[in-house]
Write a protein of this length. Structure first.
Length: 366
């Protein structure tokens, strides 16, 4: 599984620089608006120290991490929902991603122009938020007109859809991110089918300058950004695009030493990857053996046959049982065979809900 996360923001906030550092890509990054027209895509590995431990323990021939897809989407401007700056095209690109990373500028550099003159990360976010809401409103109004015709048949499902859309349109028109009954499975499924931009899982990448590394919270603009993000229940990840770009050019060992010298435990981009992964409610399970150790991704709550299907469809189709050892038990016992001898191996059936860190072996018959 590879989820897609789009870098979204105004022009010249550092989206393409972050994308290149993250994906070692070749996205053009320049000091003028709309440098990026077509979205650039890159596949990155999800950092997980557990995979290295399992591979060493099982003397695996290779290591295969799980992956995520990042997309560098062109900068939006005020009026994008009305087509300004090729806005409709760019908004369409956002609608195709699973999660959104709002990139805002918190670095001060007079040589890098800002579309509104002086930069203000909160104002930038409000601009993007408004354009997403307006784009969703236009889309939902069209749905409302179609749903109204169907609702006249007095079909209960059609009536429920029409009433839900009416309520959403009202909230969007008032400039509010729509609220709905998340305990109602029917409502959750219906609203999810609308694929509204403003309801996509999201977080904020605050592109800070090198002078703010380790002390960003002392910056007035960053403080205001944190307050605004809290009001929207959005997580803020401080990332220095310039530093991340330098780190991406180094060998892993050199990069680690460089970060240690700066007092940084994890790179900003590593936090971006892990935040995006967590936002979509994903968990990781493993397969490990002499041939390879591999990380697999499923949505939290997935049952054993579904997880088996991520490895191969035949395993799901002919699923018999799943042999499972938790990662912690694997480590404490020193390997799969030792864990089995110690009685830590569990036999699970079709109703077993896979847990993060499970190391599994599937028995099947086709």
């Amino acid at each position: 599984m590879s989820f897609s996360c789009g870098f979204v923001g105004l022009p010249n906030v550092g989206k393409s620089t972050l994308f290149n550092a993250l994906c070692h890509g070749g996205a053009e990054a320049a000091n003028f608006p709309f440098c990026t027209i077509e979205p650039n895509t890159g596949i990155v590995s999800v950092p997980d120290d557990r995979l290295e431990v399992l591979a060493e323990m099982e003397k695996s021939g290779r290591i295969v991490p799980s992956t995520l897809k990042f997309i560098d989407i062109a900068g939006l401007v005020r009026g994008a929902s009305q087509g300004q700056g090729l806005g409709n095209q760019f908004l369409g690109h956002i609608r195709n991603v699973d999660a959104v990373a709002h990139v805002v500028r918190v670095f001060d550099d007079s040589d890098v122009v800002h579309v509104d003159g002086d930069f203000d990360p909160v104002s930038d976010l409000e601009t993007i938020e408004t354009e997403l809401l307006l784009s969703d409103l236009e889309m939902m109004e069209k749905r409302r007109d179609r749903a109204h015709k169907t609702a006249r048949t007095n079909d209960p499902d059609a009536k429920f859809e029409y009433e839900t859309i009416l309520d959403i349109c009202k909230q969007l028109a008032e400039g509010r991110i729509p609220a709905y009954d998340r305990e109602n499975e029917k409502a959750v499924k219906l609203v999810g089918s609308f694929e509204m931009l403003c309801l996509k899982p999201a977080f904020i990448c605050a592109n800070i300058g090198e002078d703010l590394i380790g002390c960003a919270e002392e910056n007035p603009k960053y403080k205001r950004l944190l307050e605004f993000a809290a009001s929207r229940k959005l997580e803020v990840i401080p990332v220095c695009a310039k530093l991340e770009e330098e780190l991406s050019r180094l060998e892993p060992g050199e990069a680690k030493s460089f970060m240690a010298d700066l007092g940084i435990e994890r790179s900003g981009l590593e936090r971006v990857i892990q935040t995006g992964y967590r936002l979509l409610n994903y968990i990781t399970f493993f397969t490990a053996g002499p041939m390879e150790s591999r990380a697999w991704t499923v949505v939290k709550g997935a049952k054993a046959p579904e997880a088996a299907g991520k490895i191969h469809t035949d395993l799901q189709r002919g699923f018999i049982r799943m042999e499972t050892v938790s990662y912690d038990d694997m480590v404490s016992c020193g390997g799969w065979n030792a864990a089995q001898t110690a009685g830590k191996l569990r036999i699970e059936g079709k109703d077993y809900v896979v847990q993060d860190g499970d190391v599994i072996h599937v028995r099947f018959s086709v």
